[in-house]
Design a protein around this ligand. Structure first.
Ligand code: PGA
Length: 252
């Protein structure tokens, strides 16, 4: 795991945008896994700016979003699909046919999950998966639990996750859907490279556990330790509990 700590969220966002632009230059048909939430907003702003300046060309790129609320049709104002249209897809030259977001309004959620897995395979797999981390350690909507799902599935959201998403629903956590569709752990870990970003002191404990702690389904991000190409991008507050030189937990 390669960890970089930035002075602030803006520096982190522009470094990630530059990194994605470089990857696109090297491989114009790049397949990118994308997150939603507050953390990636700065990144989307910066990569849109690079695209406008002609330094990031998405015309042949393919994207797959991590997750979507169950019941949220693509045209729903509170769907992640609309978040993505607003902050990213609507502002770049991407081919709509190469944009993939789980359809929260699909009549059969299981079929939708299978369709998504097949689409990722057909695209040749994900080259780079960009992730945020929940304040409970989730990645995608793989929530802390006694067991985790390998593949794209219907996830039950924990109360803290619904609270974290309440802003999109007029501040009312009870209006946040209780279930979502999400890539599974193997879907995420199947990406050829992974970038995890975290901003703010509210993520420090989970970042510490993800990097230094044991692998545990109680902190899904800890499984990133088994991947061979992971970059972790943090601001100072999110990195506050990391100790230089300290690696994973030693056996007792
Ligand atoms: P946040 O969500 O960026 O809104 O904190 C992160 C996540 O849940 O992955």
């Amino acid at each position: 795991v390669k960890i970089t700590v930035y002075r602030n969220a803006h520096d982190l966002a522009s470094a990630l945008a530059e990194d994605v632009a470089d990857r696109l230059s090297a491989k114009p048909t790049l397949v990118i896994g994308l997150p939603t939430g507050r953390t990636p907003l700065g990144f989307y702003r910066e990569i849109v700016r690079l695209a406008r300046e002609g330094r990031a060309d998405f015309s042949r790129a393919t994207t797959f979003n991590l997750d979507e609320f169950l019941g949220a049709r693509p045209e729903h104002a509170t769907s992640y699909r609309q978040y993505m249209e607003r902050h990213f897809f609507g502002q770049i030259n991407i081919d709509p046919g190469r944009v993939h977001v789980l359809d929260g309004g699909a009549s059969d959620a299981r079929v939708e999950c299978e369709r998504y897995e097949a689409a990722i395979s057909e695209a040749g797999g994900i080259d780079v998966q960009i992730l945020g981390i929940g304040s409970n350690g989730h990645i995608g909507f793989n929530e802390p639990a006694a067991s985790l799902n390998a593949r794209t599935h219907v996830a039950r959201l924990r109360p803290e996750t619904r609270r974290a998403n309440a802003a999109m629903f007029g501040g009312d956590a009870s209006r946040v859907p209780a279930r979502a569709l999400s890539m599974g752990m193997a879907t995420i870990l199947g990406a050829r490279s992974i970038v995890l970003m975290a901003i703010g002191s509210g993520k420090a404990r989970q970042v510490e556990g993800a990097i230094h702690g044991p692998l545990t389904t109680r902190l899904p991000a800890s499984f990133l330790q088994i991947h061979t190409d992971v970059r972790v991008m943090l601001d100072r507050a999110a990195a506050a509990r990391l100790r230089p030189g300290r690696r994973g937990t030693c056996a007792p």
